[in-house]
Design a protein around this ligand. Structure first.
Ligand code: PGA
Length: 253
């Protein structure tokens, strides 16, 4: 049976009360399924509430949506990886397209963040993905591999294999237009080949897809062997919708 990762990126939604209520409902109604893991990425101020709710569920984890690469210091408004770890996070998203395109985060900065996350003992989910103009210009592969190269810079082969990659085409995020399963799988294959060339023989890379995943398209996307899971924004905010995604039938592949 393949392992599937279901990650919920709540972005700037759900304060502590709403976060607690959604997670409570999801976990009450969705029992653990072998080979499936859930990760919640709530706003940092809601992390404690989520952690309380997931206590005792080994199939569920929580993380932060971003970190700064320094461990501590005069960086008002930022959160470091060691501080997130101390607060109970076990994961961190790095290089989400909103960080890159709305906050001007560079490829090199994502690399510093990935290294900081791993040094703090957190698991990293590095997001990569092309803009629509880049796809139209036939530059998807070049862009995604450039982001990978910078995001994973300085890591040894064994560590590289531990980073989960989220392929999120920017044009698919929050737009209602998801990549077709075929197109998503093609980019995943490119990413996997790139990773395989840099990791120890036999290493298993986890690559998830994100961008307008919904209860209605999750099954078709996950039917692609290349997809090891999904990273979901809008459709993860509501317990009912998220439970439907978590309940996607085991793909026959
Ligand atoms: P979306 O967001 O599912 O709302 O498109 C995905 C993401 O940004 O991770």
């Amino acid at each position: 049976m393949s392992r599937l990762l279901f990650a919920a990126n709540w972005k700037m939604h759900h304060g502590p009360a709403a976060a607690r209520q959604v997670v409570h409902e999801v976990l009450a109604r969705h029992r653990p399924v072998a080979g499936r893991e859930q990760i919640f990425f709530p706003p940092s101020v809601s992390l404690a509430a989520v952690l309380e709710e997931i206590k005792g569920r080994r199939d569920v984890a929580a993380g932060v949506q971003n970190v700064y690469w320094e461990a501590k210091g005069a960086f008002t408004g930022e959160i470091s990886a060691p501080i997130a770890a101390e607060a109970g996070a076990t994961w961190a998203l790095v290089g989400h397209s909103e960080r890159r395109h709305k906050f001007g985060e560079t490829d090199a900065e994502t690399g510093r963040k990935v290294r900081a996350v791993l040094a703090a003992g957190l698991k990293a989910m590095l997001c990569v993905g092309e803009l629509i103009e880049e796809r139209r210009a036939g530059r998807t592969e070049e862009v995604v591999l450039r982001q990978l190269d910078a995001g994973l810079a300085g890591l040894d082969a064994a560590t590289t294999a531990q980073v989960v990659i989220a392929y999120e085409p920017v044009w698919a995020i929050g737009t209602g237009t998801h990549a077709t399963p075929h197109d998503a799988a093609a980019v995943h294959r490119t990413i996997r080949q790139w990773l395989t060339a840099r990791a120890p023989a036999g290493a298993r890379h986890t690559i998830v897809y994100g961008g307008s995943v919904t209860p209605d398209n999750a099954a078709a996307l996950l039917a692609e062997e290349e997809l090891d899971g999904v990273l979901v924004g809008g459709a993860s905010l509501d317990a009912e919708s998220w439970i439907r995604i978590l309940s996607t039938p085991q793909p026959n592949r």
